[in-house]
Design a binder for this molecule. Structure first.
Ligand code: MN
Length: 489
């Protein structure tokens, strides 16, 4: 991952004289330093400038646009900064933008406060003038208010930074597709031209026959070292080593192709496995654990979303996986969902050491593949689905509580996780289906609903949130209005 940074830009003007401007600049630098020292910001906040003119603002925005390391601008107005000088810069801005509405001093100093103090400390109205111009220009933005030393304010800024990195990361994603969609499934389809224009994704196809060729070129030495790596990470619950070695061969070959093409995500389909003996199971699972995105059955949207959410949460617990709603447990009072996939669930969400097992698939017409079997861990999480509504993309985010699976399911040969969706299972199903959410999702214990909302705003796509407070009626109302709004947009 690139060493991203964020630029702290402070608005002012010449009205107050050079001493005030020097104090503002010194304090802004101090604030950036102290917020970096807090350890709560995942990326460096770099104090860039105290800005007084249209030309200065426009120049810094242009610089931010072409600096790859800059993942966003954080702005604040210590003093008053007349808005008209920001217009040209904001019209050009292509990076995520956050308005930190804060104040250098925490409390009003009773004895010290006089007109000099008032001239220097004007954030209460300086930030309002600044808010007006971003509202007037319809600039997608995050507003975070509060004292800059406050832990919660710093955490929220840090959380937004991760969403902004997701936006910058999204703009350069390449998805490798092996095969097309599968068996006439609709929800995995979508407008790839629109996705590239809005989200930056380059989604293109490579022949699975080419993968079979690259697999044939993998050497025994390469497979041996991959097997050592598997032994260090996973428990072998099989003696059929040749079948596991075949997955190692597949993983090495897929990784080679992804890296050669600069792709961060891939999808395939078990309807199109020309030249392959097994569907990649363990291979795909381990690639996801390394940070690659994946979507099954030609699902390039979920593949890219998995990669983005992994990038957003880099350095956290790592619990982000391709997921599918498998089946419900409708026992009254103990309702929950079983999530799993035929093979491809990322072991980053495992509660224990995953086991390598081999079982037949029943569908797909290939040899029984090796796969990782494990239980997902407990904790709050989100499920995210991106669907193409025709003319726009809709991101749906469901809040869930993952639980320890309430039964053993000894004959289910796949990785599994159970969750209780908010506000309750039946309402959540009604909301999800009403919104048109897919059966494929990204499950994440790290990324939050607020971050996905921030990300959707940055990408200019619709966001639908199903939380503990959602009712079917309120959601229908939101979807109705949203449909009209997006048609006009
Ligand atoms: Mn599926």
């Amino acid at each position: 991952m690139k060493q991203y940074e964020f630029w702290f830009v402070v608005g002012s003007q010449f009205l107050y004289g050079p001493e005030v401007l020097e104090t503002v600049a010194a304090r802004a630098a101090e604030m950036a330093d102290k917020m970096n020292e807090s350890g709560l910001l995942p990326f460096k906040l770099v104090y860039k400038a105290t800005i007084k003119t249209n030309a200065e603002i426009t120049k810094i925005v242009k610089e931010a646009n072409y600096t790859d390391e800059c993942a966003g601008i954080v702005a604040w107005c210590h003093t008053f900064s007349p808005s008209k000088m920001w217009i040209n810069g904001f019209v050009d801005l292509q990076k995520p933008y956050c308005h930190l509405a804060t104040q250098y001093n925490q409390v009003i100093p009773n004895e010290e406060i006089d007109m000099d103090f008032m001239n220097l400390n004007q954030a209460a109205h300086g930030d309002r003038e600044h808010g007006f111009i971003t509202a007037r220009l319809r600039l997608p933005r995050k507003v975070i208010a509060g004292y800059w030393k406050d832990e919660n304010v710093q955490k929220r800024l840090g959380s937004w930074m991760r969403a902004a990195v997701g936006a910058v990361f999204s703009k350069q994603i390449k998805v490798m597709r092996f095969g097309d969609n599968m068996r006439e499934v609709a929800v995995t389809e979508g407008d790839k031209v629109e996705a590239q224009a809005k989200l930056g994704w380059q989604v293109n196809t490579w022949p699975v026959g080419r993968l079979a060729e690259v697999m044939n070129q993998v050497t025994d030495d390469e497979i041996n070292s991959m097997m050592d790596y598997y032994k260090s990470k996973y428990e072998f619950a099989t003696d059929d080593i040749e079948t596991v070695r075949y997955q190692a061969r597949a993983e090495i070959a897929i990784k080679k192709m992804l890296d050669e093409e600069g792709c961060q995500a891939f999808c395939n389909t078990f309807q199109d496995l020309y030249g392959m003996k097994q569907l990649p199971g363990l291979a795909t699972q381990d690639l996801m654990a390394r940070g690659y995105g994946y979507g099954a059955e030609g699902d390039w949207k979920t593949a890219a979303m998995t990669a983005i959410m992994k990038a957003m949460s880099e350095g956290q617990t790592g619990g982000t996986a391709f997921m599918e709603d498998y089946t419900y447990h409708l026992e009254k009072g103990n309702e929950c969902t079983l999530g799993a996939h035929m093979l491809e669930v990322c072991p980053s969400i495992a509660s224990g050491k995953p086991r390598i097992e081999i079982h037949p698939l029943g569908i797909g017409d290939r040899e029984p593949p090796a796969r990782l079997v494990f239980e997902g861990r407990e904790g709050p999480a989100i499920l995210v689905s991106l669907v193409d509504m025709g003319g726009r993309l809709r991101l749906i985010c469901q809040e869930v509580q993952c639980i320890k699976p309430i039964m053993e399911m000894p004959n289910l040969p796949v990785a599994r996780v159970m969750w209780k969706p908010m506000p309750d299972l039946n309402t959540s199903i009604e909301c999800w289906i009403t919104a048109g959410g897919a059966h494929h999702t990204v499950l994440s214990y790290d990324v939050t609903a607020e971050q996905m909302r921030d990300w959707a705003r940055m990408m200019d796509i619709e966001f639908v949130h199903i939380s503990k407070d959602t009712t079917v009626e309120s959601l229908e109302h939101v979807l109705f209005l949203s449909d009209l709004a997006w048609k006009l947009k």
